[in-house]
Ligand binder design. Structure first.
Ligand SMILES: NC(=O)c1ccc[n+]([C@@H]2O[C@H](COP(=O)([O-])OP(=O)(O)OC[C@H]3O[C@@H](n4cnc5c(N)ncnc54)[C@H](O)[C@@H]3O)[C@@H](O)[C@H]2O)c1
Length: 264
């Protein structure tokens, strides 16, 4: 059986939701899911981009601020179920935060404002927690579903120019690991995608020079799409799929620890 056939078998006819789907990785994943026969909805806060991407891909496109708990409640109430949810929306702490190495003369966090901090936590952490909380009940009731979270290699390695970004990606990695066992009991699979640097609007012009100086090629979004496809077809619960230039997705399975899972 070919990989393509297995893939379309699992994705055709499924209701898919992609957050941050107007741009970059989210748009590429939405396009791939739609081509595989899924019924795709993309959500984003960038209205203009959202409309353009929705039209280009021929998928449903709706405004949703993932950092808003109320918005998630309203959104889920207004929709039929989702079988497959990619919690992907994310930002860096400051627009230019990756535009070069940290200033060696200044201590870290010195320029961080409360607003920047709350915004990064709001999109990157609250957006995943609220999104997961909104879709998990329906998935558990149907005893089926897949949740894929876009984390980053920053869940594994330090990212000195943006420590808050590193914090958020570490946080969602911990959430994925800790949800795994209970969700598995309901037939729901959750996993994380952990890309290195990808060629999307998230990476500003100066950042591109800096990344080039580090000798790290920017990856095409297709490499991340391949990792999402692997996570959806292989369904390794709790897996972290690491995406590095020129390599197939690397499966990092989580260590198990003998905690009972029904202690809450
Ligand atoms: N590009 C990279 O190098 C890279 C590497 C590792 C992980 N990631 C992660 O991949 C994910 C996608 O990033 P990308 O590179 O495609 O960037 P991108 O900027 O192209 O796309 C992110 C999208 O999220 C949307 N968004 C921002 N705040 C939102 C909110 N509150 N509600 C809904 N949507 C919101 C943006 O409008 C944008 O369309 C992010 O979680 C990012 O952290 C990116």
């Amino acid at each position: 059986m070919s990989t393509d056939y297995r893939r379309s078998m699992k994705l055709a006819g499924r209701n898919a939701l992609v957050t941050g789907g107007a741009s970059g990785i989210g748009a590429a994943v939405a396009e791939s899911l739609a081509k595989a026969g899924a019924t795709v909805t993309i959500v984003d806060i960038d209205n203009n981009l959202l409309e353009a991407t929705g039209r280009r891909l021929g998928v449903r496109a709706e405004i949703l601020d993932v950092s808003s708990s109320e918005a998630w409640t309203d959104f889920v109430a207004a929709h039929d179920h989702f079988d497959l949810v990619h919690l992907n929306a994310g930002i860096t702490t400051r627009r230019n935060v990756l535009d070069g190495p940290s200033d060696p003369l200044l201590p870290p966090l010195i320029h961080l404002t409360d607003e920047e901090y709350r915004r990064a936590i709001g999109v990157n952490v609250d957006g995943v927690v609220f999104g997961a909380r909104a879709v998990i009940p329906g998935m558990c009731e149907r005893r089926a579903g897949d949740i894929v979270v876009t984390a980053s290699v920053a869940a594994f390695v330090p990212i000195p120019p943006d420590p808050i970004y590193g914090l958020t990606k570490y946080a969602v990695s911990g959430l994925v690991k800790s949800l795994t066992a209970r969700l598995a009991e309901f037939g729901v699979c959750i996993s994380a995608i952990c890309p290195g640097f990808v060629d999307t609007p998230l990476i500003g012009e100066q950042a591109r020079d800096w990344i080039a100086e580090l000798g790290m090629p920017l990856m095409k979004t297709q490499q991340v799409v391949d990792a999402v496809t692997a996570s959806l077809t292989r369904r390794v619960n709790g897996a972290h799929w690491i995406v590095l230039p020129g390599q197939d997705p690397i499966l990092h399975e989580q260590a198990t620890f003998p905690f009972p899972t029904n202690t809450q």
